[in-house]
Design a protein around this ligand. Structure first.
Ligand code: SAH
Length: 257
């Protein structure tokens, strides 16, 4: 998967994308990340990329010239997305769409980071293919948004997580949050791991996890449950049955496990 990023702060993006999962994915070749300096095609001694806004107002705006030049010099993989608060909101569905560009020829996509007050509208109108937002708040620049996109997409690429199942089961995959996870110790400061998880009955564990994913989503993100059209009768029955079992469970307090 190739991802090209255009920014006036290439070091910010490079630094974040050199360690941990992203660093490994680049090292092993799953991710071909290319970070380009938006100043690379400037010819004036100050290498300017910004100017005051037409019509007045605070701050500076990135000029179209250097941005078009930098992109045209590289001819990056498309779609090319401008990062900005007005774009399509990133969620796991969008992330999966972006990850699937891996299989299209030439494979990949590109990101353009704004700064200051933003970019000249003609960049949005005539250079990029779309706009992406990471949420309804305003950042100082698109670099942190770019690394959010890159990390979320890269962890879905084949071979990157090591354990393919961890990407398959997690939050949002079925319109639900993930079930709660526990690790050792079984008793931490008197807070016990649910007994069911320690009894080795994989069928029961599976049922419990599905029920907990439902309950957690109902409690924490009812909007997600609503978006998938509520719970099915089967899910409602499962939730009730598992909650009843857990109440009657001898290992509920850790004693039976
Ligand atoms: N004046 C603009 C905000 C500019 S913020 C406005 O009111 O809409 C500067 C840059 O940060 C933007 O050009 C964009 O690239 C980036 N940015 C800010 N918020 C963002 C968000 N929620 N998602 C993605 N990029 C964002």
């Amino acid at each position: 998967m190739r991802i090209d990023v255009f920014t006036i702060f290439p070091d910010l993006v490079e630094h974040f994308c050199s360690g941990s999962l992203l660093g490994r994915a680049r090292h092993h070749g799953a991710l071909d990340l290319r970070v380009h300096d938006l100043r690379s095609a400037t010819t004036d001694p100050r290498r300017s990329v910004d100017d005051v806004p037409y019509g007045g107002g605070a701050g500076m705006v990135l000029m179209p010239g250097p941005l078009f030049d930098a992109v045209e010099l590289v001819e990056p993989p498309r779609p090319l997305f401008l990062l900005g608060p007005g774009g399509r909101r990133l969620d796991q569905e969008v992330v999966e769409e972006l990850a699937s560009t891996e299989t299209s020829a030439p494979g990949g996509f590109s990101l353009l980071c704004g700064r200051y007050e933003g970019v000249d509208q003609r960049v949005a109108d005539h250079l990029v293919d779309g706009e992406l937002s990471i949420g309804d708040y305003v950042l100082a620049g698109g670099e942190s948004a770019a690394v959010v996109v890159i990390e979320a997409v890269t962890r879905l690429l084949p071979g990157v997580l090591g354990n393919e199942a961890s990407a398959r089961d997690e939050s949002f995959r079925s319109g639900l949050l993930e079930y709660p996870q526990y690790t050792r110790p079984g008793d931490f400061r008197g807070w016990e791991v649910p007994g069911i998880l320690r009894q080795g009955d994989h069928g029961r564990i599976e049922r419990w996890r599905r029920a907990m994913a439902l309950r957690r989503t109902l409690e924490q993100r009812p909007d997600l449950v609503e978006a998938r059209g509520g719970l099915t009768d089967e899910e409602r029955r499962l939730l009730e049955a598992v909650e009843r079992e857990v109440v009657e469970e001898p290992g509920r307090d850790g004693q039976g496990a």
